[in-house]
Design a protein around this ligand. Structure first.
Ligand code: FAD
Ligand code: EPU
Length: 344
């Protein structure tokens, strides 16, 4: 007999912010580590495909899932110590990311303010090394704890083990995010005692100037980021979406220089390794897809990188629009766009 916290045939529509309908063969809400241990040892679940689910804000459901969805709902957050340079704070995987960032600020541990309002859970944040407005969790993650469903053991990953880089990590590089090998249980962050505001992202400076703020507090920076985000990113509760639908392409400096020669307005972001990140939203806007619909989906009118579900969309609609946008960007700029969310 399967543990009674596993339910058969679950509807996933409310579990993905893009609002696609699909079902899972089995579904379990995980609130304790003991539940995971029971699953790892269960003879009827050997060979069963698993998928860890957070809040489904980076997910494209391609159809019904023939396996077990583990909705990671472990809770808890706490101060975990300090040294000369850092405060250490920890949060369990099922904590809401934004609530956690605001809790750190309220308790006097700044650092995560630029990452305010990113949807999803703490446990999902390392998977694609969430980032926004000049910060990434790579800058703050100290270590994480994960449960290995194949061995039933707990493994600790240091920041270096996680191999965090733009929108990726060891979990994506090894395909564990799709094979469901590791359930992240909790993440430990180190937040600097000598805090410095990160105002380098152009729009932040402009907003602070309008508000007449020269030396922002962490809370003021968080408010600024929240305002910017609300102005252009659609709220999934009102207009279903999965955030940026494509990654910003990272190309060789020579190619970026050639492109900006022809298209002087193209925003470019030089990277530490000499490559250059391009703004996919700008490329999409220039092809004319910003604010345009195809079937039941469209590219958002305030942010061309965000694919939105206008109501009742199916995976085929998403595929058709994504293909059309990719082809248009390739035809105009010779650049291949890669999707950003996880396709399940
Ligand atoms: P899910 O979508 O449920 O899952 C994402 C991946 O994480 C899956 O592979 C899943 O298996 C894995 N996962 C989830 N929990 C665990 C766990 N405990 N253990 C192991 N694996 C797990 N992202 C950014 O980086 N920057 C942004 O600015 C940003 N803005 C967004 C704005 C909007 C409006 C939306 C809808 C999304 C945005 N995103 C952004 C994407 C999204 O917020 C992040 O990817 C977030 O980390 C997803 O969290 P989630 O809990 O919803 O994960
Ligand atoms: N732009 C346009 N037209 C558009 C959209 C953007 O010209 O329709 C231009 C902007 O004017 C700006 C540049 O492109 O010059 C960058 O735009 P923005 O600051 O909005 O950020 P982005 O590059 O489109 C990335 C992340 C976001 C993150 C923001 C802020 C990716 C794939 N996306 O978007 O993350 O919030 O930067 O840091 O890297 C997500 O991952 O889901 C996400 C929303």
């Amino acid at each position: 007999m399967l543990p009674d916290f596993i339910v058969p045939k679950a509807n996933l529509t409310a579990h993905n912010t893009l609002g696609l309908s699909a079902s899972a063969e089995r579904f379990a809400r995980i609130e304790t580590r003991e539940q995971l241990a029971a699953l790892a040892q269960h003879p009827d679940l050997i060979g069963q495909r698993c998928f860890m689910l957070g809040e489904g804000s980076n997910l494209v459901l391609t159809g019904d899932f023939p396996g077990l969805i583990l909705k990671m709902a472990l809770k808890g957050r706490a101060w975990a110590g300090e040294d000369d340079d850092f405060h250490y704070v920890t949060a369990a995987a099922g904590e809401n990311w934004h609530d956690f960032t605001q809790w750190t600020l309220q308790n006097g541990y700044p650092g995560l303010e630029n990452l305010s309002l990113i949807p999803g859970t703490v446990g999902a944040a390392p998977i694609q090394n969430i980032g926004a407005y000049g910060a990434e969790i790579k800058d703050f993650l100290h270590e994480l704890e994960a449960f290995d469903l194949t061995s039933g053991e707990i493994r600790h990953f240091s920041a270096a083990d996680c191999k965090l880089a733009y929108r990726t990590s060891i979990f994506k590089q090894e395909g564990w995010h799709l094979s469901g090998r590791y359930a992240i249980l909790r993440v430990l962050f180190r937040l600097p005692k000598r805090w410095q505001p990160r105002t380098g992202y152009g729009e932040i400076e402009a907003h602070l100037e309008v508000r007449g703020i020269q030396s922002p507090t962490p809370q003021q920076l968080a408010e600024t980021v929240i305002r910017i985000r609300r102005a252009k990113l659609p709220d999934p509760a009102k207009l279903p979406n999965a955030g940026s639908f494509f990654q910003n392409p990272v190309v060789a400096a020579e190619l970026a220089a050639a492109l900006t020669g022809v298209h002087p307005g193209l925003p470019v972001y030089p990277q530490a390794d000499g490559k250059v990140k391009l703004a996919a939203g700008w490329l999409i806007e220039k092809t004319g897809w910003k604010g345009r619909n195809l079937g039941a989906v469209g590219m958002h009118e305030a942010q061309a990188l965000v694919l939105v579900n206008r109501g009742g969309a199916r995976f085929a609609d998403v595929q058709n629009l994504a293909r059309a946008v990719r082809e248009a960007v390739f035809a105009r700029f010779g650049i291949h766009l890669e999707p950003e969310p996880i396709f399940l």
